[in-house]
Design a protein around this ligand. Sequence first.
Ligand code: FES
Length: 132
Amino acid sequence: MALYSEKVMDHFRNPRNVGVIEDANGIGEVGNAKCGDIMKMYLKIEDGIIVDVKFETFGCGSAIASSSMATELIKGKPVEEAMQLTNKAVAEALDGLPAYKMHCSVLAEEAIQSALNDYYSKLPKEDAEVQE
Ligand code: FES
């Protein structure tokens, strides 16, 4: 069996949603201290829906594939749903990652959480309370 699934290779070679959103209202950046990889996630949220998402990842192939798949999974979804996205779901959507590469998918989960937290922190207080 190949080490990486076809989906991992596809998202690594042709990552979706790469780039920056200039007027993003949620931005998150996380890194893995061990490997030094960094992932930055930009969210454009309107009426509680993620209308656009882009990422920049300086990291391994699995981290790039994970960020690409994660953006596909949350695009067009309500923020509450994106909040529930786990690294396991990202890895499953990629038809699996080698066990020692699972931590790469954790970066995608954390980057999205961090961007959503940034979005929530910027909301006017009453709106934040409604969405909690
Ligand atoms: Fe660091 Fe993959 S090796 S995120």
